[in-house]
Design a protein around this ligand. Structure first.
Ligand SMILES: [Zn+2]
Length: 477
């Protein structure tokens, strides 16, 4: 009976899929439209209407399953989950109960303590509900979200702390974005998660768990987990017992509240949906989806550290967004130096891309353009500072060839030895005392002369050539 309590956490992640239309009708699947303008009799649950399945929503869910190495059963079906609440006018949610589209799978991710793996129990597809808006003592309902395809990913209880849960969620979000099935915009509610948490002592069975629902940011999930660990620890340490209940998290107040005693599956009286035929998947089609999967972040980051000697931190930065990682891969494939490519991306491409993309990184540069820039720097045609200040912002989001741009804008450094020699002689003539000191052995003064020449030529000379010419000219008397 000794030792601290260990938290055990399982997550249910709800992710809205990025299909053009809703799951059972032709209404547009868009965010931010005026309330109740993206609805029809089907998604409003009018009697007598019939659902028609959006095959793309099935494809996206299966692709997610394939990305995490899950089993894709050939046969899957729909069930009604009955509950009475104004966000769902039919009084049931069309969901999947015993035969989901995806079974099993696992997600590996890095934590400061090394690699961890979370096993996935299942992924099923269902319709999202409408949204209740509580305002000035009234509650209004917006059904625009009702019928948006929602993929629910259920993990096994393999997590043991807030930081680990956030690392897992970050990896999961990256996978979803890499395969392009959702925008995963948390502030728009397209990714939400429920936290199941219990405490136990080492070697003892898991304690009673609670479920905190609808966490809509990773930081809120982390805070809710910390709070719930503290709350349950206090109860158990005081000799009490944890109640099995569903809880709500108030992120602004930083505390959770009991909502209701936890419902069991039997409370929903699941039964097979009579209005929809089962889903029978075509093996060849599933295999085609599998073959079309991109290489995911985890694998790319591993390759960047192994093959290119990048640090784990740099590899993580480069692979956070698929567009950035694709840019890196494409540029290196053209023959660019991986480390130099990585540095230019991590410094300037990420800065420009974040300014524009908000939560995501918008990449306004092609591999060919980035390769061109690196070649110009490598060849001494232009310095890094000029690339950062004068070139990158001007060719960003265009298809302008960097070499042409540099030439036309007159930004190329002069490699012309005669021109440089003339400038060098002039500067030496203007600073005879420093020249004498240099000849007397004060070699640090070379930097002084380089600076003067660069200034006189407005930074357009190749510093390496300037160095060489200066060394030669200073030796003459
Ligand atoms: Zn509709």
């Amino acid at each position: 009976m000794n030792g601290a309590y260990i938290p055990t956490i399982g997550l249910e992640i709800h992710c809205e899929l990025k299909t053009a239309s809703k799951i059972f009708c032709g209404c547009p699947n868009v965010f931010g439209a005026p309330p109740n303008t993206q609805c029809c009799p089907v998604c409003l649950g009018f009697p007598g209407t019939l659902p028609v399945l959006n095959r793309r929503a099935v494809e996206y869910t299966v692709r997610m399953g394939l990305a995490i190495g899950a089993e894709i059963p050939a046969f899957s079906k729909w069930d009604r989950k009955n509950y009475f609440y104004p966000d769902l006018p039919k009084a049931w949610q069309t969901s999947q109960y015993d035969l989901p589209l995806v079974k099993g799978g696992r997600v590996a991710f890095m934590t400061p303590d090394g690699e961890k793996t979370v096993r996935i129990e299942r992924i099923h597809l269902e319709e999202d509900a409408g949204k209740l808006i509580h305002e000035n003592g009234f509650t209004r309902v917006d059904y625009n979200r009702g019928g948006v395809p929602l993929m629910e990913i259920v993990t096994l209880p393999d997590l043991h702390g807030a930081a680990e849960a956030v690392a897992f969620l970050t990896e999961l979000k990256s996978i979803i974005k890499y395969i392009g099935v959702s925008d995963v915009k948390m502030q728009e509610g397209s990714l939400r998660c429920d936290v199941n948490l219990s405490l136990s002592r080492p070697g003892e069975p898991l304690g009673t768990r609670t479920e905190t629902k609808n966490l809509n940011s990773f930081s809120a999930a982390a805070r809710a987990i910390e709070f719930e660990i503290g709350r349950q620890t206090e109860i158990l340490a005081g000799g009490g017992s944890v109640l099995q209940e569903t809880r709500r998290w108030d992120d602004a107040k930083g505390r959770g509240y009991a909502l209701r005693s936890k419902e069991d599956a039997q409370d929903y009286r699941y039964f097979p949906e009579p209005d929809l035929p089962p889903v029978v998947l075509d093996r060849a089609e599933v295999e085609a989806w599998r073959r079309a999967l991109p290489v995911l972040r985890y694998e790319r980051a591993g390759r960047y550290t192994r093959e290119f000697g990048l640090s784990g931190y740099d590899a993580g930065l480069l692979t956070g967004d698929r567009a950035v990682s694709d840019l890196f891969d494409g540029t290196v494939a053209l023959g660019a130096n991986p480390k130099k490519t990585a540095n230019l991306i991590m410094g300037d491409v990420l800065r420009l891309g974040r300014e524009e993309g908000g939560e995501d990184v918008a990449v306004g540069l092609s591999p060919a353009q980035l390769y061109g820039l690196l070649s110009l720097i490598e060849g001494g045609v232009i310095g890094l500072a000029a690339v950062q200040k004068d070139v990158l912002p001007r060719i960003w989001n265009t298809d302008i060839d960097p070499e042409t741009f540099v030439k036309e804008a007159g930004l190329a450094q002069s490699g012309d030895a005669d021109e440089i020699a003339a400038a060098v002689r002039e500067i030496i003539a203007q600073n005879p005392r420093q020249a004498d000191d240099y000849r007397a052995g004060n070699e640090k003064l070379l930097a002084f002369f380089v600076g003067r020449v660069m200034k006189a030529t407005k930074g357009k000379c190749n510093p390496k050539t300037v160095n060489e010419v200066l060394t030669t000219e200073l030796k003459k008397r």
